[in-house]
Structures are given as structure tokens and as C-alpha cells.
Design a protein around this ligand. Structure first.
Ligand SMILES: Nc1ncnc2c1ncn2[C@@H]1O[C@H](COP(=O)(O)OP(=O)(O)OP(=O)(O)O)[C@@H](O)[C@H]1O
Ligand SMILES: [Mg+2]
Length: 275
């Protein structure tokens, strides 16, 4: 048999998905991360770096493991019964599973915003003040007021709520509630903000506001966002990671992923041929 034929028929060598960063600061590093729900392996050895102060989008069809991966980053999976997480997960080079690490502190450093806005059934002010209070970030009421106002301003919500801070957060519109949840997350000075489909319950105008906000926040925060919208991933992220069936298939600069994906599966997904 001639050599070129052998080369063609040999199984394609597994391509490097490109999850590692060499050209900029890594904020979070995950290596060989496997997650099992009972016997089911939901993540099959993920090697992925999260760049500092940029937006990383996680995309892929339903059930591919995006939320599972996101929850690994701040150990939100700890709450799930029957789950097993293996591999190494680092924040600034430090193992997040280190026994000496305070998980409450970790979740303040790595905040989370969920799909469905979930403000506390408390006044708007209290929604934002709660975290800083339990973490002792303010010495007195004036300092707390300052944190609350600053967080609401950063979340682009201040002007809309400044005259009704004593009213329940649950009385706001969906998009306002989601910005309130973002204000609540950033009130404790996180370094990383995880967002799991933060706009899926919002209309296009509220979505545009959140996207604008994400773009502003990346100057100061590292953001990881899960989204089912290719347009959203393309609009808000600098780097995109495509997951499929528990594998990281391909990761790269967002523009490259959406214009010249290297993997056939990525191409199929972004052009809407499956998922
Ligand atoms: N608590 C759980 N118990 C058992 N299996 C789970 C649990 N959570 C997720 N799984 C399974 O793990 C796999 C990955 O789920 P995950 O929720 O991470 O996917 P996803 O990519 O976020 O999907 P979606 O886009 O639908 O939100 C799926 O097969 C799912 O059924
Ligand atoms: Mg999910």
C-alpha cells in the first residue's frame, strides 16, 4: 500500500482543541477535569484556560456539559448529590479544592449569575447590601450605601432604581432583576463572574443592555458566559469554547471560531446543522 493512502485511512489524530493560553494572563486554569453524575461521565477531561479580564463564551448543544463546567469553577457542584469531580481547577494558580481554602470566600471571588433572575424577596437595597454585610466589607452605613450605589451603577441600574431602593427586588422587570443580580454579584468585589445563560429569560432590549454591561464589566472582571445564542457569543466574547458530549472540541479567538473553525463539528454547530 502506498504511504499516502495509509496516511489517509489512519484514524485522524485527535486535534489539540486549543484550550490553553500562552499569549496572555490566565485567571483560571482547568486541567483534565472529569465530572461524573453517578456512572455518567458529563465532562471527559477538560483542559481549558480562562483569560484574565476578558469574556470567554461556552457554547454547545444542550446536555454537552456547559453548566457542569461552569459550576466546577466556583465549586457550585459541591451541592449536587452523587457528583464526582476530578482534575485540577485553579484560580490564580491556586487549587480551588485546597483544604485550607474557604469556600464562602471562593464564591465571593467567583460570583455567579443564573439563567432565571433570582433576586431575594427583599428590598432592592438589601439585595445588594447582603453580601458586603456578611463579608464585613463596610464599616458603617455610609460605606454600605456607597457600595450599594457603586454596584448598582456598575450594573447600569442605579438611575432606574435610586428612588425606590426600599421596594422589593422581585417587583422589577425581568431585565432589571437580572441587572440587580449582577449588582449583587459584583457588590462583594469578585474577580470572576460566571453567567449561565443570563439573557435567556429576557427580551431583546433587556438582552442588549446586559450585553452592553458585560462589555463594560470585562475591563475589571473575568467573565465566563454560557449561551445558546451564537450571535451573543460572537458579540460579547473574546474567546469561545465549543463543547460537545462532554468534550471540549475547539477553543479559540471568538472571531476565528465563527469564521474559520478548525473542526468539522464546530462548523456544523455554528451553522445550525445540529444542536
Ligand atoms: N444533577 C444532575 N444529575 C445527573 N445528571 C446531570 C445532572 N446535571 C446534569 N446532568 C447531565 O450531565 C450532562 C451535562 O449537563 P449540563 O447541564 O452541564 O449541560 P448543558 O450543556 O449546560 O445543557 P443545557 O444547554 O441544556 O443547559 C447532561 O447529560 C445532563 O443530563
Ligand atoms: Mg446548562
Amino acid at each position: 500500500m502506498n504511504d499516502s493512502l495509509v496516511a489517509q485511512s489512519a484514524p485522524a489524530e485527535k486535534m489539540d482543541p486549543g484550550g490553553l493560553l500562552t499569549d496572555r494572563t490566565v485567571k483560571m486554569r482547568t486541567r483534565d477535569v472529569h465530572v461524573f453524575y453517578g456512572p455518567k461521565e458529563a465532562l471527559k477531561g477538560i483542559d481549558l484556560d480562562i483569560g484574565d479580564r476578558e469574556v470567554t463564551a461556552l457554547i454547545g448543544p444542550s446536555g454537552c456539559g456547559k453548566s457542569t463546567y461552569l459550576r466546577c469553577l466556583n465549586r457550585m457542584n459541591d451541592y449536587i448529590e452523587g457528583i464526582r469531580v476530578e482534575g485540577r481547577i485553579e484560580l490564580d494558580g491556586r487549587d480551588v479544592y485546597d483544604k485550607s481554602l474557604d469556600v464562602v470566600q471562593l464564591r465571593a471571588q467567583i460570583g455567579m449569575v443564573f439563567q432565571k433572575p433570582n433576586p431575594f424577596p427583599k428590598p432592592i437595597y438589601e439585595n445588594v447590601a447582603y453580601g458586603p454585610r456578611i463579608h464585613g466589607l463596610a464599616k458603617n452605613r455610609a460605606e454600605l450605601d456607597e457600595i450599594v450605589e457603586g454596584s448598582l451603577r456598575k450594573a447600569a441600574l442605579w438611575e432606574e432604581v435610586k428612588d425606590r431602593l426600599d421596594q422589593p427586588g422581585t417587583g422589577l422587570s425581568g431585565g432589571q432583576q437580572q441587572r440587580l443580580c449582577i449588582a449583587r454579584a459584583i457588590a462583594v468585589n469578585p474577580e470572576v463572574v460566571l453567567m449561565d445563560e443570563p439573557c435567556s429569560a429576557l427580551d431583546p432590549i433587556a438582552t442588549a443592555k446586559i450585553e452592553e454591561l458585560i462589555d463594560e464589566l470585562r475591563a475589571n472582571y473575568t467573565i465566563v458566559i454560557v449561551t445558546h445564542s451564537m450571535q451573543q457569543a460572537a458579540r460579547v466574547s473574546q474567546r469561545t469554547a465549543f463543547f460537545h458530549l462532554g468534550d471540549l472540541v475547539e477553543c479559540g479567538e471568538t472571531e476565528q471560531i465563527f469564521t474559520t473553525p478548525r473542526e468539522q463539528r464546530t462548523q456544523a454547530y455554528i451553522t445550525g446543522r445540529f444542536g
